[in-house]
Design a protein around this ligand. Structure first.
Ligand SMILES: [Cu+2]
Length: 301
């Protein structure tokens, strides 16, 4: 694609009910960077707190991009955390609900990327990434079975499409929670074109700039190209990226068509990194029924 406008892309991709990275682009254009978050017990970013971004606004594709990712409330939809202060060091059932414009819990979600809701957790130092697909109870309460969380401030994102109207639109809402204990921040690894996880080496072969660009990665194992990637969430890979500092979420999918269990070794993503700077990128893919995650730091100019 020859760098079409974000607006056109947004229409096209959101109509395909996919690819919240576009939301992230808009977010960066419209939402000021989140201030540093002081350590607080329990749930932060309560609705109505000073400093929360404005919500709502007229419909339209520009608004589609508003506030995605870093706001707890948008267009009348609100992420409410039910679980008080998750513990540190052991798995926890993290409960939350999405309330709609009528203030009651939303229970009707459109499936996108094979799921009704995608959930992400990351600590402010960009460690501890978790990508889960929670289960919803009949009353609209979601439960995400989180692996143990290290002490510190975490941002929890819910990515969903309320099943309303002729053109359901994707929203990404998030809140921060503080996990008690003494946080030991981990310095962000230096930017690199390559990283290895679970024996798989991912190499970025084209480095994107901020804006709409193509991002290409290859996957190798033991020096050999990997060609047995299985479909995962309707794609051969799932890429999430978080911006150093404000934790803006980018979420990209390969442009490659999915056809059986033989994806790879080259994955091409339509990338829309909203802002320059360092992004922690988590590439997830599946082989032989096993999900693998490879993380690297990408510097976007
Ligand atoms: Cu997901």
């Amino acid at each position: 694609m020859n760098a079409p406008s974000a607006r056109l892309l947004a229409r096209r991709w959101l109509l395909a009910s996919c690819v919240p990275v576009l939301l992230v682009l808009g977010m960066a254009l419209t939402v000021p960077p989140a201030p540093a978050e002081p350590a607080r017990a329990g749930v932060a970013d309560m609705p109505g707190m000073p400093g929360m971004p404005a919500t709502g606004g007229p419909a339209g594709s520009a608004q589609l991009l508003d506030g995605g990712g870093l706001s707890a409330e948008q267009d009348g939809y609100r992420l409410d955390v039910v679980t008080a202060g998750p513990p540190s060091g052991r798995p926890t059932a993290f409960r939350f609900a999405v309330t709609g414009p009528d203030r009651s819990p939303v229970t009707d979600f459109a499936v996108h990327q094979t799921k009704k809701l995608h959930f992400y957790a990351i600590r402010t130092d960009l460690t501890g990434f978790q990508h889960l697909h929670p289960a919803m109870a009949g009353d609209g309460t979601w439960t995400a079975d989180l692996a143990a969380l290290a002490p510190g401030t975490w941002r929890m994102y819910a990515d969903f499409v309320p099943n309303v109207g002729a053109h359901p639109r994707e929203l990404v809402l998030s809140r921060t929670v503080t996990v008690p204990g003494e946080a030991a921040p981990v310095p962000l690894p230096a930017p690199s074109d390559s990283a290895t996880g679970d024996g798989y080496t991912v190499t970025l072969t084209a480095r994107p700039m901020a804006g709409a660009h193509r991002l290409t990665a290859t996957v190798e194992r033991d020096g050999r190209p990997v060609t047995d990637l299985q479909p995962y969430l309707d794609a051969y890979a799932h890429l999430s990226a978080f911006h150093e500092g404000d934790l803006a979420l980018a979420h990209l999918h390969p442009a490659n068509a999915v056809d059986g269990d033989h994806g790879g070794p080259t994955l091409t993503f339509q990338a829309l990194f909203a802002e320059p700077g360092n992004w922690r990128v988590f590439l997830q893919f599946q082989t032989a029924g096993q999900l693998h995650t490879v993380a690297l730091t990408l510097h976007v100019d």
